[in-house]
Design a binder for this molecule. Structure first.
Ligand code: NAP
Length: 274
């Protein structure tokens, strides 16, 4: 896929939330790279920046062939503290730049008197970091239309919105708003944190294509023009999750999956603390 500024973003990313900050992380990322992943999704709050950084250095792939994402955490919002957080994460990971830097969650009224202003100041820091070349692209995560709208008159608008998205949680209003503004939508928890994998409806579809449920979930996301970020530390699953480019779901099955109601809900960003 291509970001609005012309930069290419590999259309499947490797998730690292809950990946421990140790040898398991080094092995998972090495396996991922060996399987062909070139895009790694990280964050300050995942508390594994040291290992993710080390894995990037050790993996044998030149830095410019990798696409590395990081995110500014909720306690780091605001203009200067966002710039400081970025420098700190780059330093911890031993990197000169991130390919993509995101605001992890929007500020809300539970934590700030004027959350819109906080989001604008944080976003201004993202713009300035982008102009300084410390990040090659900038975006947000967990932003709803109401959080994005006040950013629309700023000099640069988000290039990405990373949201929870999977079969049963396709959020068509938000996705078409973002895509209509030229943002890439990234799907976190694309397997519903593994909760989708035993759903009878999905097992049936997987049988039909002679694929695993995980592969159906990821293929479904790709065919909706959304970029999935599956996480695993298990070598066979890491391989399985990238083997999704040699089959296609039919229009009828896409329609069925897009309409499937599994009772999924996601966190309301305005109820998040801190
Ligand atoms: N921006 C945000 O607020 C936000 C929030 C959540 C996540 N994320 C990002 O999105 C990434 C993915 O989301 P996620 O970690 O929540 O959930 P996920 O990728 O939907 O699911 C991960 C879980 O599924 C298991 N799994 C993976 N592949 C499998 C397969 N082929 N068969 C069976 N089980 C499989 C993993 O187990 P093992 O690891 O044990 O194999 C793990 O328990 C995160 O790692 C993170 O990078 C971002």
């Amino acid at each position: 896929m291509k970001l609005r500024n012309g930069i290419e973003i590999p259309d499947i990313g490797f998730g690292t939330w809950k990946t421990p900050n140790d040898e398991i992380c080094l092995q998972a990322i090495q396996t991922a790279v060996d399987c062909g992943y070139r895009h790694i999704d990280g964050a300050y709050i995942y508390k594994n920046e040291e290992s993710v950084g080390q894995a990037i250095h050790n993996c044998g792939i030149p830095r410019h062939e990798l696409f590395i994402t990081n995110k500014v955490w909720n306690t780091q919002r605001g203009y200067q503290s966002t710039l400081d957080a970025l420098d700190q994460s780059l330093q911890t990971m031993g990197l000169d730049y991130f390919d993509l830097y995101l605001i992890h969650w929007p500020a809300n009224a539970l934590n700030y008197q004027d959350p819109v202003q906080v989001n604008k100041e944080t976003w201004q820091a993202m713009i300035d970091a982008y102009k300084q070349g410390k990040v090659k692209a900038i975006g947000v995560s967990n932003f709803m239309e109401r959080h994005l709208e006040p950013l629309m008159d700023m000099e640069i608008i988000p290039m990405v919105n990373q949201i929870e998205y999977h079969v049963g949680l396709t959020r068509p209003g938000l996705v078409s708003y973002c895509q209509g503004k030229g943002m890439i939508v990234e799907a976190y928890s694309p397997l519903g944190r593994a909760n989708l994998l035993d759903k009878e409806e999905l097992i049936e579809i997987a049988k039909k294509y002679n694929r695993t449920v995980s592969q159906i979930c990821l293929r479904f996301i790709l065919q909706n023009n959304v970029l999935p970020l599956p996480k695993s530390v298990t070598p066979s699953r890491i391989q399985e999750n990238i083997d999704v480019f040699d089959f296609e779901l039919s229009k009828e099955d896409m329609d069925y999956l897009n309409a499937l109601d599994l009772g999924c809900i996601t966190k309301n960003p305005d109820e998040m603390r801190p």
